[in-house]
Design a binder for this molecule. Structure first.
Ligand code: ADP
Ligand code: MG
Length: 290
């Protein structure tokens, strides 16, 4: 008698495991299974959380890629995540973003300098909380996270092999970074910039910063690989929508991955996301036609 064929072939099983990876079972697995940076894993452990929350165990494997399934980096998806307030979404997006940058720093593209990741949040308070959480996680990893402040401008300096350094010549923009403080004034004015890998911002602050030099178009963010929209339902509602889309359009790198995080589906966020992605695709279509 002929044996029944299995529902999925080996190849299909492999593909399914990649698309629907096993949930994370413990924070230890971040190191043992997902091979994240040792220092980052230590920083996570130092937070003292015993078990990952539901949203963390679901999204971290998707965003980190399962090294048990494939030695190659698993294709990272764009992601829309809906999980209640207080469920630990911040850690869910920060760990993969930071890990990706550590990898980037060690990769062949490590001579690229500029903002690699943007996290957008609707209020300054939220942005500041994200940076505080991020600072604990980046300690010792070489990754730098910066809170967008009034008066900072994002400058494109592609000619010098750098893109999107932060120009901080305004008094209002004094950064709380220590490292340049003991340098003489003159050296500072030659390099009036802060280099940062991750920029955390409200929509308006970044739109203003990107528009500071240009009147018609916004500066681009050519190196950004991860765009995180936190409280995405708010960022895509009519009040912020154009600003958020403007930022999204400025992220022109072909490998850009976008993740949207929200506590609610209430405002039809799925529809909003679909139409936003479609608008963006139409935009890209238009730009390539010209
Ligand atoms: P959300 O963005 O989903 O509303 P947050 O990321 O702000 O939630 O997290 C809410 C609180 O839970 C924070 O104080 C955070 O430090 C804490 N937290 C995050 N992950 C865990 C965990 N695995 N176990 C216990 N507490 C956690
Ligand atoms: Mg949150």
């Amino acid at each position: 008698k002929k044996e029944e064929t299995p529902v999925l072939s080996k190849k299909e099983q492999k593909r399914a495991r990649r698309m629907y990876p096993q949930p994370l079972t413990s924070f230890k697995e971040l190191r043992t299974r997902y091979k994240i940076s040792r220092r980052l894993a230590e920083n996570v452990a130092e937070q003292g959380f015993t078990v990952p929350t539901e949203v963390q165990l679901g999204t971290l494997p998707l965003l980190l890629g399962d090294s048990c399934v494939s030695s190659k980096t698993t294709e990272e998806p764009d992601l829309l995540v809906v999980a209640p307030t207080g469920s630990g979404k911040t850690l869910s997006f920060l760990i993969p973003v930071i890990n990706k940058i550590v990898r980037h720093h060690h990769s062949s593209q490590s001579d690229e300098h500029g903002i690699l990741s943007i996290v957008v949040a609707p209020t300054k308070e939220l942005a500041s909380q994200i940076v505080n959480e991020g600072r604990k996680l980046v300690a010792g990893t070489g990754v730098k996270i910066t809170l967008m402040k009034k008066g900072m401008r994002v400058v494109e300096r592609e000619d010098e092999g750098e893109a999107n350094v932060l120009d901080e010549d305004s008094e209002a923009s004094r950064s709380d970074d220590e490292e340049d403080d003991d340098k003489p004034k003159k050296a500072r004015s030659n390099a009036p910039v802060t280099k940062s890998d991750i920029l955390v911002t409200t929509p308006l602050q970044l739109v203003n910063a990107l528009s500071a030099h240009q009147t018609t178009t916004m500066a681009r963010l050519p190196l950004v690989r991860s765009l995180v929209l936190d409280e995405a339902d708010v960022l895509l509602d009519p009040l912020f929508r154009e600003q958020t889309l403007g930022i999204w359009r400025s992220c022109v790198h072909p490998d850009l991955r976008v993740s949207l995080w929200s506590a609610t589906m209430g405002s039809n966020i799925d529809d909003i996301t679909r139409s936003t992605i479609k608008e963006r695709q139409d935009d890209i279509g238009q730009t390539t036609q010209h």
